[in-house]
Ligand binder design. Structure first.
Ligand code: HEC
Ligand code: HEC
Ligand code: HEC
Ligand code: HEC
Ligand code: HEC
Ligand code: HEC
Ligand code: HEC
Ligand code: HEC
Length: 318
């Protein structure tokens, strides 16, 4: 009778042990946040104690890291027996975030950052810190330009230095987050195509179509979303796409480039001749494209001289 139950009993004990030390030798036992922080205090393990003051304090470490029993039983040695989302695949590592940040997640999934797998939530954010960034950031406040530089310069140095050189950057008027939201598919909370991105502020010096018409010399019909002729970024963020369709960095200094700049390059023998605000950019006085205005070949010195005169007649604020 008893002997018939021995295998069952042993099996039961084995299953219980598997329960406690499942995943081979990985324990399914949870130890709780207090135990984790006891070591992750910067002495035994990396310091994660600020987690207790972060927005995520109400969660257990193990919600994201999985049960830590075996990791602790091994005294954390080698960082073994614990999940580190950073070592998961691009999307697997951030799957947990979607549970609570659905709208940020949905927009992000359609962004270039996701498409190129260049930067995910956890490349920009540190969920263990108050404020949510690897650097000091105050909760709820928009980041300032120095903080954006820390976040973005590694991959977008030209845009960071360009913004810093612009009037916007010099006087902390606008920084990356004013114009870009990393959790939207195209990053724009307001569109640069219909000028609303710029006019949300520049309404003060360009209050209506007549003012924009005057600003652009009277020969760039105000139809930003259509013709593009009066689109702020087409003149002020050159070149967003160089001849040949190669995407290059848009000029975040917001400078316009005079046709004589191309002529200076021609004189100095620079090849290829750089584009200017009027010519050399697809869609702007592009010789090859119908409907893009009077053709202007920016490699032709004579044409640049003519356009220089026209250029000098635009840019005034009424
Ligand atoms: C007995 C001390 C100790 C305890 C308790 C402890 N850890 Fe660790 N942990 C370490 C050490 C040591 C390392 C390796 C060095 C480092 O990364 O800090 C480590 C590494 C890690 C890593 C990095 C793993 C990797 O891939 O490199 C994670 C994640 C981690 N611990 C999470 C936790 C969590 C969650 C808890 C609570 C369930 C916890 N730790 C409890 C000592 C401990
Ligand atoms: C909301 C989910 C979440 C919670 C809660 C969480 N972590 Fe993490 N943890 C992550 C992610 C994601 C990474 C990988 C990205 C990174 O390093 O920030 C990580 C990385 C780590 C690392 C390795 C990185 C390093 O700097 O050594 C340790 C150690 C760690 N966490 C410990 C903890 C501890 C201890 C707690 C609780 C006090 C905790 N985590 C709470 C999501 C979380
Ligand atoms: C269980 C729900 C939950 C999960 C899972 C979660 N968060 Fe949060 N998170 C919150 C709450 C609640 C707040 C505070 C309110 C807010 O800002 O939305 C917050 C705030 C934030 C903030 C704002 C900055 C701050 O710290 O106040 C960031 C950034 C953030 N979370 C990133 C992440 C990332 C990245 C992940 C995935 C690794 C993640 N969260 C997973 C609930 C969660
Ligand atoms: C390229 C960097 C980058 C990526 C990728 C990124 N974020 Fe952010 N996130 C930021 C910045 C910068 C801010 C602060 C915006 C500001 O200045 O107010 C922010 C703010 C937040 C906030 C607080 C404000 C809010 O929208 O509620 C949350 C929550 C958040 N991010 C979650 C996420 C999640 C979840 C993911 C992934 C799906 C993610 N972020 C991906 C850079 C990033
Ligand atoms: C680890 C590298 C990395 C970091 C960090 C990073 N980015 Fe990016 N970013 C990229 C890559 C790669 C692309 C896609 C380029 C392409 O499409 O060819 C991109 C694209 C973009 C775009 C263009 C989006 C579009 O739809 O065309 C914007 C805007 C942008 N990033 C802003 C930011 C900002 C702001 C930060 C800092 C908060 C940041 N990025 C941090 C790598 C990064
Ligand atoms: C005044 C608004 C504004 C500010 C501030 C701004 N951007 Fe942009 N950014 C734009 C616009 C508009 C475009 C698209 C230009 C176009 O389509 O010609 C763009 C394009 C980009 C791109 C796509 C590649 C490229 O250069 O065309 C990246 C990356 C980028 N910005 C990063 C940044 C970073 C990083 C910061 C902060 C240092 C920043 N931007 C600040 C408006 C801005
Ligand atoms: C957050 C508000 C804000 C946004 C958004 C904004 N600007 Fe500005 N901009 C300003 C202010 C304020 C000034 C400084 C005005 C002054 O110098 O009199 C300025 C100055 C400028 C200047 C003048 C630089 C100089 O040399 O004097 C240009 C050009 C400019 N902005 C273009 C743009 C363009 C193009 C956009 C859209 C891509 C844009 N701005 C978006 C607020 C903004
Ligand atoms: C057809 C090209 C063109 C378009 C479109 C255009 N600008 Fe300009 N803008 C210029 C030129 C050229 C200057 C003068 C630059 C200089 O003198 O260095 C200028 C100058 C400016 C200045 C500085 C004026 C001053 O005197 O301080 C601001 C601000 C400005 N533009 C904002 C805008 C805004 C906002 C839009 C969109 C509504 C816009 N621009 C559209 C060509 C253009």
């Amino acid at each position: 009778m008893i002997s018939r139950f021995v295998p069952v009993l042993l099996g039961g004990i084995f299953i219980l042990l598997m329960g406690a030390y499942g995943d081979g030798c990985r324990s399914e036992r949870e130890v709780g946040t207090t135990t984790c922080v006891a070591c992750h205090d910067g002495f035994s393990g990396s310091d994660q104690s600020e987690f207790l003051e972060s927005s995520h304090f109400f969660m257990d470490c193990e919600t994201c890291h999985g049960p830590g029993g075996a990791h602790v039983a091994n005294a954390g040695r080698g960082g073994l027996f614990i999940d580190n989302p950073d070592t998961f695949g691009f999307l697997e590592g951030i799957a947990d975030c979607a549970d609570c940040h659905q709208s940020d997640f949905d927009g992000f999934l359609e962004s270039r950052h996701a498409a190129t797998e260049a930067a995910s939530c956890i490349d920009c954010h540190n969920v263990h810190r108050p404020g949510g960034f690897p650097f000091d950031a105050e909760e709820g406040l928009p980041l300032n330009s120095a903080q954006y530089a820390e976040s973005c310069a590694e991959c977008h140095a030209p845009e960071v230095s360009g913004t810093a050189m612009s009037v916007h950057g010099q006087f902390e008027i606008a920084t990356c987050g004013t114009c870009h939201d990393m959790h939207l598919a195209d990053t724009f909370p307001q569109s640069p195509e219909d000028n609303s991105l710029c006019l949300q502020c520049h309404q003060y010096n360009l209050p209506d179509d007549a003012a924009v018409d005057f600003h652009t010399g009277g020969f760039h019909p105000v139809d930003p979303a259509g013709s593009g002729a009066s689109r702020c970024v087409d003149c002020h963020m050159l070149p967003h796409s160089a001849a040949g369709g190669i995407l290059v960095s848009s000029d975040h200094r917001l400078f316009t480039v005079a046709p004589e700049v191309s002529n200076n390059a021609i004189e100095a023998g620079v090849v290829p001749v750089p584009p200017n605000t009027c010519g050399g950019v697809i869609g702007c006085h592009d010789p090859g494209v119908p409907g893009s205005g009077v053709p202007h070949d920016h490699t032709n010195a004579g044409q640049n001289s003519v356009f220089q005169v026209l250029y000098e007649s635009i840019g005034d604020i009424p």
